[in-house]
Ligand binder design. Structure first.
Ligand SMILES: Nc1nc2c(ncn2[C@@H]2O[C@H](COP(=O)(O)OP(=O)(O)OP(=O)(O)O)[C@@H](O)[C@H]2O)c(=O)[nH]1
Ligand SMILES: [Zn+2]
Length: 355
């Protein structure tokens, strides 16, 4: 088998499937996704590519389009620009997907052909068993093997308690305890970094994913990750690679989608975590009560009566804001709408500054 493709994670199985498409082009792996454009690594080089008309015309939903990690059949159309067309997406051996809010519920593939999923959760105050459970189910559903990475253990005073809690819900899953600050547990992680094997990293914002990935990649990250390339206007832009091949250490997938996955997932989880507030809010005068200055607010009354704490309402509101922010982010229509508002807001800010 070809050397570079093997480094990219090619297996006999995929090579065999590709034999059916031999005449349609080269074999490659999607390493980054931009708006409607994909970066595909092939045996020879990396090619920017669009999808073929056939893929567009036969797409059932978003999941029919290529995603980072996919093996694809790609053909070069223009020798000079090097741009290509993706004709075929080979069967996914595993995939992390999420539901996307839109006109109808749509499936979007965040990353595919993953062997191991590192579920990162920090061992400090952010530790949340229920969220961890949800991540684990994402992990198992993907078809890859989940591994729990408990991060920031230098900040945890009662690791023993957390260990006991996790062991109850994480049956059959390896648990690693790490600190990127002290370097504890990093050696254990290296055991999972195997040439040709693909690892995806998921976890909430701030749990230390970037710090950890940077540590694993060492010097390589800057070199491997940032590539300069020409956009269509001939201007140089620096873009981000989402699938990174490490020397002798396998492949790491670190897509923005992986980072955002938790929010949409938490949308269902808010109700669980704040059920007492939701129960009380049923007594508010207005069904869309924000529990702020509205009259007849049962939640405010409960705070005054001392039934629930002010802090609890604050964290509830914060989480709700985050979720609606993420939902706006994925809903394309709403997205462009908020963008317009953002531009307006910035414009106003600038005008105010001038005064
Ligand atoms: N005490 C401690 N702090 C850490 C550790 N690892 C990361 N941090 C800190 O935690 C904060 C968040 O770390 P990041 O690596 O940016 O977290 P992230 O998960 O990549 O966050 P997003 O990019 O928002 O998804 C930073 O201030 C880090 O310095 C650790 O092992 N111990
Ligand atoms: Zn209210």
């Amino acid at each position: 088998m070809k050397k570079r493709l093997c480094e990219l994670g090619l297996t006999d199985d995929i090579a065999k499937e590709f034999e059916n498409f031999y005449e349609d082009g080269y074999l490659g792996r999607v390493i980054a996704e931009y708006k409607g454009l994909y970066r595909v690594a092939t045996e020879e080089d990396d090619i920017l590519a669009k999808v073929s008309g056939k893929i567009i015309n036969t797409a059932i939903d978003k999941s029919s389009y290529p995603a980072v990690g996919d093996w694809v059949v790609i053909d070069r159309i223009n020798r000079n620009t090097g741009n290509g067309v993706i004709h075929e997406v080979l069967n996914r051996r595993s995939a992390v997907s999420r539901k996307v809010a839109g006109k109808q519920m749509d499936q979007q593939i965040i990353a595919s052909n993953i062997d191991t999923i590192f579920i990162c959760m920090s061992a400090n105050n952010d530790f949340n068993l229920r969220r961890l459970e949800r991540y684990i189910s994402i992990g198992w559903n993907s078809g890859a093997t989940p591994v729990i990475l408990l991060t920031k253990i230098d900040l945890c005073e009662d690791l023993y308690r957390i260990e006991r809690e996790i062991e109850d819900i994480a049956i059959g899953i390896d648990i690693l305890y790490v600190s990127s600050f002290t370097g504890k547990g990093i050696e254990e992680i290296n055991k999972y970094l195997i040439p040709g094997k693909t690892i995806a990293v998921i976890g909430s914002s701030g749990v230390g994913k970037s710090t950890l990935i940077n540590l694993l990649l060492g010097e390589e990250r800057q070199q491997v990750n940032n590539i300069r390339e020409d956009d269509h206007k001939g201007k140089h832009t620096t873009t981000h690679r989402e699938l990174i091949v490490l020397k002798d250490k396998g492949i790491i997938i670190d897509t923005p989608g992986m980072r955002e996955i938790q929010f949409l997932d938490d949308a269902d989880g808010i109700e669980d975590s704040f059920h007492e507030i939701i129960d009380i809010a049923k007594g508010c005068k207005f069904s869309n009560c924000k529990h702020d200055k509205e009259p007849g607010c049962a939640v405010k009354a409960a705070i005054e009566a001392g039934t629930i704490s002010k802090e609890r309402l604050q964290s509830y509101n914060k989480l709700k804001r985050e979720v609606s922010f993420m939902e706006r982010k994925v809903d394309r229509k709403a997205k462009s709408e908020s963008k317009k508002q953002l531009i307006l807001k910035n414009k106003k800010l600038r005008e105010n500054k001038k005064r």
